[in-house]
Design a binder for this molecule. Structure first.
Ligand code: ADP
Ligand code: MG
Length: 257
């Protein structure tokens, strides 16, 4: 078997008396999409916070391409190739769409991109190279975002904000992108477009995988190679959606049937 892209072994965290995540094992292969489903408060976002180094696990390990990354600070994990979006949008509203993508390169460039943005004369050439790459990334995501690249990110509707967040994640050259409830606030058309975006990004970036927390069952039924169900901090099921949805524990815990 090839080395998994991401491997979680016995991963857990407690907050005081609350076991928010309990001994989760999970493997993500390269070039795959995994969806994580589960009720509110199940521990899904906590899992992302453990993978990305925002929280330190109280038990277990995280490995990226076989290398342990457990407990590393968030910026080092990001530099190793794990990018994410958050449940609530975190764009720099007053900065341009293009600058929001350039900020995603922070961490892999040697000079500080934020400083460069504030003092462009200092590192103009690097900034220009970043801008050219950011334009390519934007064009790959959406012609419309590219056309509007000098406009402030704050004016974008929800679906385009999500697109821009994915573009910003791509700017870090990740091996794995984590999306936390990307379809929230989207209608059917936007959700269909989101799925098409994700498929296109996968096709354009060989080896890249997605780990997606999702509540929209149309997306979960169509998009992933693997579905993982979390309830009360535990992984209770895993497999393809058609199989997973039949399990009585899943129907009780989540599908409400
Ligand atoms: P989900 O994303 O599945 O809705 P979360 O991962 O956000 O759920 O939360 C799982 C549980 O962990 C919840 O009970 C939540 O209140 C708790 N939790 C998450 N982060 C913290 C924290 N920093 N301190 C205390 N409790 C937390
Ligand atoms: Mg959450």
């Amino acid at each position: 078997m090839t080395t998994p892209l991401l491997k979680l072994s016995g991963l857990g965290i407690r907050f005081g008396g609350l076991v928010a995540l309990d001994a989760v094992d999970l493997t993500v292969a390269p070039s795959t999409i995994t969806c994580i489903i589960g009720p509110n408060g199940a521990g899904k976002s906590t899992l992302f916070n453990l993978i990305t180094g925002i929280y330190r696990p109280t038990s277990g390990t995280v490995a990226l391409q076989g290398d342990p990354i457990t407990g590393l600070p968030a910026h080092r994990i990001a530099a190793r190739g794990i990018a994410r979006t958050f449940q609530s949008s975190r764009l720099f509203e007053d900065l341009s769409i293009l600058d929001n993508v350039i900020i995603g390169m922070h961490g892999r460039t040697r000079t500080d991109v934020l400083t460069a943005l504030l003092r462009p004369a200092k590192s103009r050439r690097e900034l220009e190279a970043c801008a050219a790459e950011a334009e390519t990334i934007l064009r790959g995501i959406s012609d419309e975002l590219f056309a509007r690249r000098y406009q402030p990110a704050g004016i974008l509707p929800q679906a385009d904000r999500r697109r821009l967040e994915i573009a910003r994640a791509l700017a870090s050259h990740p091996k794995l992108i984590l999306l936390d409830e990307p379809s929230s606030g989207m209608d059917d058309r936007d959700t269909a477009a989101l799925m098409a975006d994700i498929r296109r990004v996968m096709a354009d970036n060989p080896g890249l995988s997605f780990l997606i927390i999702e509540h929209d069952m149309r997306l979960v039924a169509e998009l992933p190679d693997n579905v993982v169900v979390i309830d009360y901090g535990k992984k209770i099921a895993e497999g393809d959606f058609a199989t997973v949805r039949q399990l009585p524990r899943v129907q009780q815990a989540y599908l409400g049937q």
